[in-house]
Design a protein around this ligand. Structure first.
Ligand code: NCD
Length: 320
């Protein structure tokens, strides 16, 4: 996300708009990426992101390959680099990669000429999540490609969250005002230990440890999951204590204005960050986030692999 300008971000959102129109058709499929091959390499658990990318590739008529780390030669000691080179030799046009190591997708660009799409690298970045969040919120608020002045609270384990690192940047680029709400232990160390302009640079946000205080002043509540798998120490005293202070409970929900919007990237931990049934929350955008994930991933794949490799589809590509 750090490399995208506002203009490029808006261009991708507009292309995703076109893709969402295709998805509404009776036959939601176009030939745009016929004869292209997209391989997904997922070394971390995933349900929605992997299936969302595969659906996106199929709706654009690309061939898909799925690589499952659990049943591959990686278990025979093959290096990741060998795996990437082997698959590239079979003719892969784009790799969609998720891995626990921050920076791995960037390293992969040195090993292959294929395009690399980051589907989440450690606690670093998750750019297509940021795109789908920006797409979902701009549409829900009917604000065009802007979030100017929208007040957003992002609540939870920011410290270990690649979603926060990508989505905050997209929201802020579009003009939103973001407040990170978490216990001090779950905020990024660069925010807690330093107030210098340089270290605050990557987090253009305000922070709070008091959810109840913030709730009265926001339009959007974005909840995050506790990333236990990335924790190497105890960051909270107990899950119950966390839920009490930072969970969206029925009492807190009752205090929010009717027009507020609720977001969550999934997977949700019910009873921890969310103590209400999202289906009963009128402003919940959680299902739309999943639906829109396919449209933005179609936009990303098309902009990398489309015939003109531009953000516009040719007339022929648009045909069913
Ligand atoms: C997120 C992820 O994997 O970073 N999930 C997702 O992509 N839908 C968030 C999470 O795991 O909590």
């Amino acid at each position: 996300m750090d490399d995208l300008s506002l203009g490029e971000l808006q261009q991708l959102l507009s292309l995703a708009d076109e893709m969402s129109e295709i998805q509404k058709r009776a036959q939601p499929k176009v030939p745009a990426l016929r004869n292209k091959t997209v391989a997904s390499l997922f070394f971390e658990d995933s349900t929605r992101t992997r299936l969302s990318f595969e659906t996106a590739a199929k709706r654009l008529s690309a061939d898909t390959m799925t690589f499952s780390a659990a049943s591959s030669s990686v278990n025979k000691g093959e290096s990741l680099r060998d795996t990437v080179e082997t698959l590239s030799a079979m003719g892969v046009d784009a790799f969609v990669v998720r891995h626990k190591t921050a920076g791995l997708p960037l390293a992969m660009t040195q090993w292959t000429d294929a395009h690399i799409v980051n589907a989440g690298d450690g606690a670093h970045q998750h750019p297509t999540q940021a795109l789908l969040d920006a797409f979902t919120l701009t549409h829900a608020l009917e604000m065009g490609n802007s979030l100017a002045g929208v007040r957003i609270a992002m609540v939870g384990d920011i410290r270990h969250s690649r979603v926060a690192r990508s989505t905050v940047r997209a929201f802020v680029l579009l003009g939103a005002k973001v407040t990170l709400v978490a216990p001090a232990s779950l905020l990024p160390p660069s925010l807690i230990y330093s107030d210098t302009a340089e270290t605050r640079h990557e987090w253009p946000v305000s922070t709070s440890h008091d959810l109840d205080e913030v709730l009265g002043e926001v339009d959007v509540v974005y909840l995050l999951r506790m990333q236990h798998e990335r924790m190497n120490a105890a960051f909270i005293s107990s899950v119950g204590e966390y839920a009490l202070h930072f969970g969206l409970t029925p009492q807190r929900l009752a205090k929010l204005p009717h027009s507020f919007k609720l977001m969550h990237p999934g997977p949700m931990n019910h009873g921890v960050e969310i103590g209400v049934d999202p289906a009963m929350v009128p402003g919940s955008l959680i299902t739309q986030q999943v639906t829109n994930g396919v449209s933005v991933r179609m936009a990303v794949l098309l902009s990398l692999l489309g015939s003109a490799a531009t953000s516009e589809m040719t007339k022929e590509e648009k045909n069913v």
